[in-house]
Design a protein around this ligand. Structure first.
Ligand SMILES: *Cc1c(COP(=O)(O)O)cnc(C)c1O
Length: 459
């Protein structure tokens, strides 16, 4: 399997190449050259597999030249052994035709663990060939940092350095990054905003000499390996609800479009999915695009679902690549223009293509709180604010047939919103019950590239 850049200029790479590069050299995102096909018979034969068994069958065709079956199996088994629910991704029924897929039983309580528990191992294995030491570098405003750290913890020849804006993450989020107690994990508190952190990270990745010398790696959501791991749970949920005979809708609380793009790939592979619903908070660039065909930036505003607070959805470019009939040169010109004008207009045919599969609904903070409250009163179930945005979108759209809403975070990860809506402070699960009392290790970092470079060089 080869991977192409959405901008059409970078050379094709194999899976390992896409994993280690993150972004392609022409600024595009890697997508698979062809999509492995699963016929209804083949899908039916997957029913009854455990989550790790299913993950192996779904992921292997994408990676086989880079990671043979036995090696991939070992990594998958290790990744999902850290989950705290026997089903890994259990379904809960909210009403007759509405199910929740709980994706928050991993070590850091958000769906990002599904990919990052595996990606840490994939990177370790990919680097092992060369014997070189590598540094995973990233900036976080919340969930990605802790999930990436948990995935890289104790991995050989791998350090992870995460920059976060001092005083601007939640208590739980900070503690999840600073209390892991492993030597190869470094939480850097930057005096500045998330954008300052991201700028520092981008500056180092743009410095080709430094990047090569220190083997910098990126694990942000544009890394195709992350998308790949997320395809699995669409199959897992659909199989339990009657696929391939039944067609299922999925609602996905969406920020960077990585998670819902994985659902799109599942459908391309042959899984019968009716609609994919983009659930947005007040940062509704995608919901506006579904409504009007125009994809236009409008700044970013803080909300109660901070992991979905985005100005643009970076993974949307992968869907655009297909809407532009996989014409990288055409998309490259469109993306250049988008950067200048902050706006992009789909043709009527592209818009029709987009909305034949995708629907969208945006939910403001007030409605998010009301949904957490109403769901708790109706069923005793506590939703986190991201999952609540999804539940509301499903309820508002009233699609025919069964809809699965992805529950992307544990309510205890965002206790302030849940408390405000219901008066209840959701307790942390047992493995994190003592989190608030654990010892923190924080490295203060000035907004200074020289200082950051010295820190990384010394690892
Ligand atoms: C990251 C995240 C999202 C958004 O996922 P994307 O792949 O960026 O669309 C939604 N909910 C939670 C809890 C998250 O951490």
């Amino acid at each position: 399997m080869h991977y192409l850049s959405t901008r059409g200029q970078a050379p094709k790479v194999d899976f390992k190449g896409a994993l280690l590069a993150g972004l392609a050299s022409d600024g595009g995102l890697y997508v698979p050259e062809s999509i492995p096909q699963f016929s209804p018979q083949k899908i039916a034969a997957l029913a009854g597999l455990s989550y790790p068994e299913l993950a192996l069958e779904i992921m292997l065709p994408f990676v086989a030249e880079s990671f043979p079956r036995a090696e991939l199996k070992r990594m998958i088994d290790t990744a999902y052994a850290n989950f705290r629910h026997a089903a890994i991704a259990p379904l809960t029924q909210l009403s007759a035709n509405h199910f929740l897929l709980e994706l928050f039983h991993g070590p850091t309580l958000a769906f990002k663990d599904f990919a990052l528990q595996l990606v840490g191992q994939l990177l370790e294995a990919a680097m092992a060939d060369s014997g070189a030491h590598a540094v995973v570098l990233g900036a976080t405003s919340g969930d990605t940092g802790s999930a990436a750290m948990a995935g890289c913890m104790g991995r050989k020849n791998l350090d992870i350095v995460i920059l976060y804006p001092q005083g601007r993450t939640s208590e739980v989020q900070r503690k999840q990054m600073t209390t892991l107690g492993a030597k190869n994990i470094h939480a850097l508190a930057v005096e500045g905003t998330f954008d300052d952190c991201q700028d520092m990270v981008k500056t180092l990745f743009a410095d080709a000499g430094f990047r090569e010398k220190t083997h910098l790696l990126a694990v942000n959501s544009i890394n195709f390996a992350r998308v790949l791991a997320q395809i699995v749970y669409y199959f897992y949920a659909a199989l339990r609800l009657g696929a391939p005979a039944a067609e299922i809708n999925f609602t996905v609380p969406t920020g960077n479009f990585g998670d819902i793009y994985a659902g799109y790939l599942a459908r391309q592979m042959g899984l019968p999915i009716g609609k994919l619903v983009i659930a947005s908070n007040r940062n509704d660039i995608l919901a506006r695009c579904v409504a009007t065909g125009e994809y236009t930036m409008a700044g970013v505003n803080p909300s109660l679902s901070p992991s979905m607070d985005i100005e643009i959805s970076s993974n949307f470019e992968r869907l655009l690549f297909d809407l532009f009939a996989r014409d990288g040169a055409a998309l490259s010109a469109v993306m250049d223009n988008f950067r200048k004008t902050k706006s992009l207009k789909l043709t009527p045919a592209q818009h029709a293509d987009f909305t034949s599969l995708f629907a969208a609904h945006a939910v403001d903070d007030k409605t998010t709180l009301a949904t957490i409250k109403a769901t708790y009163e109706k069923s005793g179930y506590l939703l986190d604010p991201h999952s609540a945005v999804g539940v509301k979108a499903t309820e508002a759209l009233k699609l025919p047939g069964i809809t699965v809403t992805l529950a992307t975070a544990h309510p205890a990860k965002f206790p302030e919103a849940v408390q405000k809506a219901t008066g209840i402070t959701p307790p942390l699960p047992a493995h994190l019950a003592d989190l608030m009392g654990r010892e923190e290790k924080i490295t203060p970092m000035a907004r200074d590239i020289g200082q950051l470079k010295s820190f990384i060089t010394a690892l």
